[in-house]
Design a protein around this ligand. Structure first.
Ligand code: ASP
Length: 349
């Protein structure tokens, strides 16, 4: 239940939710979000004190980047003690990347950080933005009877579902049901009531402070296997200057073609201290490298399992870890651990 004492900060970064049609061109452009919500009577009815902080120049989330993630972290840190929860309004296109990144950048988070947005602007008749915004605020304000926040983690709320941020993926470019977390159950489902699945929600150490991290190392590439992939193209990719990590999108349960040159290229990358992470192209189910010969080959070449994590999360986790150490083995070890609920670790992987 939210209490009248809860204070929530809305951080408007941009995205469709706060856009309106330019009357001349018909294209969607960012509007002043403070003015928009002042004209929403529902907001005043929420039993929480709400303030708005907006990016000076709201961005389409295609333009989101690690510097802007660090800016969001700065805003949260600057207001951490004054608010009970945070709602980040964000474009849907890269929302899952931002959610994953923030989950690592806000270590031992003890307050809710709920990302939301919409497929239609909030001032349009059939908008999904109102419900997404209002329920996100309620979730950010919700507390247990002992006064502790109900959801002290980074989440995405969209279309009735509260999802762990670093488990989420955008699944639909048009429908209102735009996000899901295929390998992790919903943290809450909102219908007539908001039904929280408390047993799934992270429990941070409330005695310890939240530790912010601002740096992200972007010397990473993602490459997707496909039948017929060429040696020259892969070797070119692997020799990119400064490259420190590769997210390899494999088949099924983490398989690759049994090509000697691929095995060799991966083993060379491993020797050079490049971390290679195996993330399946499937939307659901984990990587199990020991299951087939094609996965075993990767394991032998030093490739690390991505378990049941998303590609967005593997990228964000690597960017975060690479700033902490130059020791590739340390990074590999950390990729084999769940830092904030992002993977389900299976023995033998
Ligand atoms: N292109 C927009 C963005 O991601 C789409 C949206 O907000 O849904 O910023």
């Amino acid at each position: 239940m939210s209490t009248p004492t809860s204070r929530v900060l809305l951080i408007y970064t941009g995205g469709t939710i706060g856009m309106g049609k330019n009357p001349e061109t018909g294209a969607l452009e960012p509007l002043d979000f403070r003015h928009l919500i002042q004209r929403m009577p529902e907001i005043a009815a929420i039993p929480a004190a709400i303030d708005v902080h907006q990016f000076p120049r709201p961005v389409d989330s295609s333009d989101m980047n690690p510097q802007l993630w660090a800016h969001i972290v700065e805003i949260i840190v600057g207001h951490y003690d004054s608010y009970d929860g945070f709602v980040i309004l964000h474009g849907t296109d890269t929302m899952a990347f931002t959610a994953a990144a923030l989950s690592f950048m806000l270590e031992n988070l003890t307050k809710p950080v709920i990302l939301t947005g919409s497929q239609l602007p909030v001032n349009q008749l059939r908008t999904d933005g109102r419900e997404n915004l209002i329920t996100s605020i309620e979730i950010a304000a919700a507390k247990h009877v002992d006064g502790r926040p109900r959801v002290p983690e980074v989440c995405i709320y969209f279309s009735g579902k509260l999802l762990r941020g670093n488990r989420s993926t955008k699944i639909n470019s048009e429908g209102f049901n735009a996000f899901d977390s295929f390998n992790f159950p919903h943290l809450a489902d909102a219908g007539i009531h908001i039904r929280y699945h408390d047993e799934l929600i992270l429990r941070p150490d409330f005695e310890r402070p939240m530790t912010p991290h601002y740096a992200m190392d972007t010397n990473i590439i993602v490459f997707t296997l496909f039948p017929g992939i060429q040696e020259a193209a892969v070797r070119h990719l692997f020799s990119a200057p400064g490259l420190r990590a590769i997210v390899m999108r494999t088949y099924g349960s983490g398989n690759a073609p049994q090509l000697p040159w691929l095995e060799q290229a991966l083993a060379e990358a491993h020797r050079q201290g490049i971390v290679v992470v195996n993330v399946t192209q499937c939307t659901e189910g984990p990587v199990e490298m020991a299951r087939y010969g094609g996965g075993f080959l990767l394991k032998n070449a030093g490739v690390v399992s991505g378990y049941d994590g998303t590609v967005e999360c593997a990228i964000a986790k690597l960017m975060h870890l690479l700033t902490h150490s130059t020791d590739a083995d340390f990074i590999r070890q950390q990729m084999n651990r769940s830092l904030c609920g992002e993977i389900t670790v299976r023995e033998g992987e």
